[in-house]
Design a protein around this ligand. Sequence first.
Ligand code: PEP
Ligand code: MG
Length: 758
Amino acid sequence: MEEIVWFKDLKAGDISVAGGKGANLGEMFSINLPVPNGFAISAQAYKRFIDYNHASKKIFSILKNLDVENNDLLQLKANEVQKLILELKVPEDLSEKIIQSYEYIDKNKELFDKLANKNLDIFRAGRDLPLVAVRSSATAEDLPEASFAGQQATFLNVKGKQQVLDAVKKCWASLFTARAIYYRIKNNFPHEKVLISVIIQKQIQSQKSGVIFTVNPLNNNKDEIMIEACYGLGEMIVSGSIHPDQYVLSKSFLKVISKSLNRQEWMLKTDVNLKETVKRKVPQDLMYKQILSDFEIRQLGEFAKKIEKHYDKPQDIEYAIENAQIYIVQSRPITTLKKESKDTIEGSGEKILEGLAASPGVAFGKVKIVKDPSELTKVEKGDVLVAVMTTPDYVPAMKRAVAIVTDEGGATAHAAIVSREMGIPCVVGTEEATKTLTDHEVITVDGTAGVVYKGELKIKHEEKHYKDAKTNIKVKTLVDMPEFAEKSAQTGADGVGLVRLEIMIANSGTHPRKYIEEGKQEEYTNLIYNGVKEIAAAFKGKSVWVRTSDLRTDEYRSLKGGDEEPKEDNPMLGCHGIRRSLRDTEILKCEFEAFRRLHEEGLSNVGVMIPFVIRVDEIRKAKDIMREVGLEPVNDIEFGVMIETPASVCIIEDICKEKISFISFGTNDLTQLTLGIDRNNEAIAGLFDEMHPAILKQIKDVINVCKTYNIESSICGQAGSRTEMAQFLAKAGIDSISVNPDAVNKIKHFVSEAEHGV
Ligand code: PEP
Ligand code: MG
């Protein structure tokens, strides 16, 4: 079996030799597309490397009987295997072949063959070594690409013989990342059957780059091709951070039908010495120019037609241009673009109320004021529901409404949460909507700005397209209502960072204590079990973090059996969160029992977190109660702590020393408690700002401490949906961000930009 196979000699079917990536590149090469030249170090070469060192036994004995659910152990073993592979010796003839091929990567195969048996040194004199990309390429005929779980290493801008060999070894070792091991064991793929190929490809320094869609994505017209172009690296287009030039051409004659030229001020370039992507100003003389020449547009059009014809499916093609030479970098079937509607008010109107922007969007309709649940039938399809505040009883009417306006509440009030999950505009905390407005008058609600206008205003409907940005930081969503879980999952969110049990409990209408007093523990357990099950099933395979109940006494009081709730001056600072659960451990036990049952049924993606922690002791006690239902925190189930009190920030080191899986910032409470601003007090709502330096400092400090203790950090407060906060968090190195369902793609886009240093 060949150990070095040039692209020229590879075809789509050669997955077992060169993995999926290598086989694809070979296929494109075979139809004479200008793919940057390169070769695959075959899977068989990897196998010989392992056999040569007699490493197989050692590797599999490290992994034997490994309990992959024990995260610490899994990580330890994965590191051990990787270290072992990195220390192995590459057979001399193989390393020589790799290096020779590397040195001649920018020459053609014929020349290489001609020189293969000669003394190459005389030809090398004075030549600069080429820059290459070194990528892993999954291979294993009957195993899906997923068995590598996206963890394969890639190294860009590699230069130098030793550097290339090191990168190759690192790619080989990446076959044994914790995630890949976990995935294979969970899916019963034997480790031995999985091999890896490494692709070495000439690195293009893009002066211009972009994407070609062989079907115009703006109107889905199959007879049109759309080309997008930018200066520098194409990431700027992929992440959606600039408006690229767009050229639409007819497929049949490759005639340009329309051009949209945009000014590009910044571009991304690779700094070869720093091995980093750097942001550079686009030279003034290029800034206003059409980026691609008409000749380049036509050439790209031709490639696009050829590729689509070859694969017989609409394609999404990435290209790069270096020194006037076009290169085709990648081609794959078109994936749907993520759309996000961005409605705005056209022109101006008469403002009649202002409040808090609780759920984005714009809609108009007839006002229906609901004073108590008996009036809910008033609300017809297309009306605007106006109330002092909504409660779970209001939900059926809320579903008929096009928008919601309330007198009271903040960004996490019932009306706000429910509207966001439903995807309708909502303005809360207007203080006087129920008094100022009258039934049947028509209003326009701008939930993005938090303003209510008189009459029906013209709405400008815009759709922003975000390409499915890939981010290292997970962008998760928030789900409180099981019935909307499916819809939220369709956003492509990477999991759920917070499920509040409060809405499920409120929906049941009964105080949890009442269930216990009446001996109906099973009923309460079931309530939680059923609700969480629907969410966990919709997000199967992605983590879903459920918080133990955190109702405030005023919220409990409105439930059946809630009359004995103490009247607190400020329930926000009262008996809620983990301090309350630890007083009433039977309720907590039922919640844990529900999670245990879900795990037992295979929904092991359910994790738990405890709210409003101020002492380490609370974590220990909560864990003990969890053990009573037969779950070992962290080992059996992800166990996290919310960081939402300044106290928890101050003792973060001690919290990390307790064994926990993750922390999650509750910025709603953290801001309330740090700034001394009651979240529910509309009168000072304008001062409530999560971007206050005091909050940012706490967040940054906590993330840093978590990093040293290897604890995942996350955010589930509302602030995660704010662009500026997401950018700050991405730069601070957070591991995941949870956002409103409507903001998933927007935040992915900004996180991706921040990750690329934009
Ligand atoms: C928070 O405080 O930020 C949080 C997520 O919890 P809640 O809004 O439910 O208090
Ligand atoms: Mg909170």
